[in-house]
Design a protein around this ligand. Sequence first.
Ligand SMILES: *Cc1c(COP(=O)(O)O)cnc(C)c1O
Length: 383
Amino acid sequence: MRGFSTNAIHAGQEPDPSTGAVIVPIHASSTFAQDGVGGLRAGYEYSRSANPTRTALQECLAALEGGRHGVAFGSGMGASDVLLRVLLKPGDHIVIPHDAYGGTFRLVDKVLTGWGIEYTPVDLGDVDALRAAVRPTTRVIWCETPTNPLLGIADIAALADVARTAQARLVVDNTFASPYLQNPLALGADVVLHSTTKYVGGHSDVVGGALVTSDDELADKIRFTQNSVGSVPGPFDAWLTLRGAKTLAVRMERHSDNAERIAELLVGHRNVEKVYYPGLPEHTGHDVAAKQMRRFGGMVSFTVTGGSAAALAVCAATELFTLAESLGGVESLIEHPAAMTHASVAGSVLEVPDNLVRLSVGIEDVEDLADDLRAALDGLRSP
Ligand SMILES: *Cc1c(COP(=O)(O)O)cnc(C)c1O
């Protein structure tokens, strides 16, 4: 079996047979010529159903997650929507993380409940709590690890056991870890989901999503439903995502190096209350993370002394860390979850501390990042 970066650079990406182009072309064509009715030259007919640039990306992502089938979508939420249409019917029950990604919570809470789906938010770091929440109608256990924004860790292999016993499917949203740091299928998950907008694309220039599974029947249903509802990525988006994926391993190593250094700086700073980073030995999920992840990734959250005003001041005072939502790009970002990414969950079980700051640590020179953050925390720069 080939290594991760060899797959990232070569899987699904043979030189173009008609021109020798080393890089997979952007096949900007909605339709494909037929040699006589039904005589497809390479299996392609119409680009909602399939497009060669998208196929290359799908084969690459499947290889990176160690799955048989990859399906690329126009966004992470498009992937979630299609998957849940396939796995749930009215009367069914789904368990979601109590700190689920806000968009996933909204899809389940605001859209799926209207179609007769019931859900229970659970702290998936607690396997007994999951067992207690499972019902005879539970068809899906939806997991994120690490979680957003508190970097909680769930034991994927333990959740897979619970799912098997319950005859439910375990879905792992692997966006925060990326396929380089964690491969949930190998730990017993049925389907892996990515917002490829984040680390896989890696350059904050494209929105996309993906599902990977080794279940042939499930993959057929996913493709059928995707073609029915039309949530596909365009060829240029597929190409940009594939271009990003080639460097995923080197980027994740650097993200992890930089985040470890930043977490260490935060732990020692007098204006910081608590640091959430699974690489820290005192993190409650550290041992599980060390078991199932290659390294600990680029996301770091922390609470500051002085409440939400102080958190907002820190977010306003950094210069290199750009104030923005999203994550996983080469550039460092800072945000205030309570007022930004998690504003929609205020007052729900997903509410986050209002003095919390979330960092997406980029791959810049780490001492520049450390200086920037230290100055903001010291209050040396007024916002
Ligand atoms: C961003 C994100 C999503 C949604 O993906 P989009 O590409 O924005 O639709 C899902 N899960 C996680 C963990 C995310 O960070």
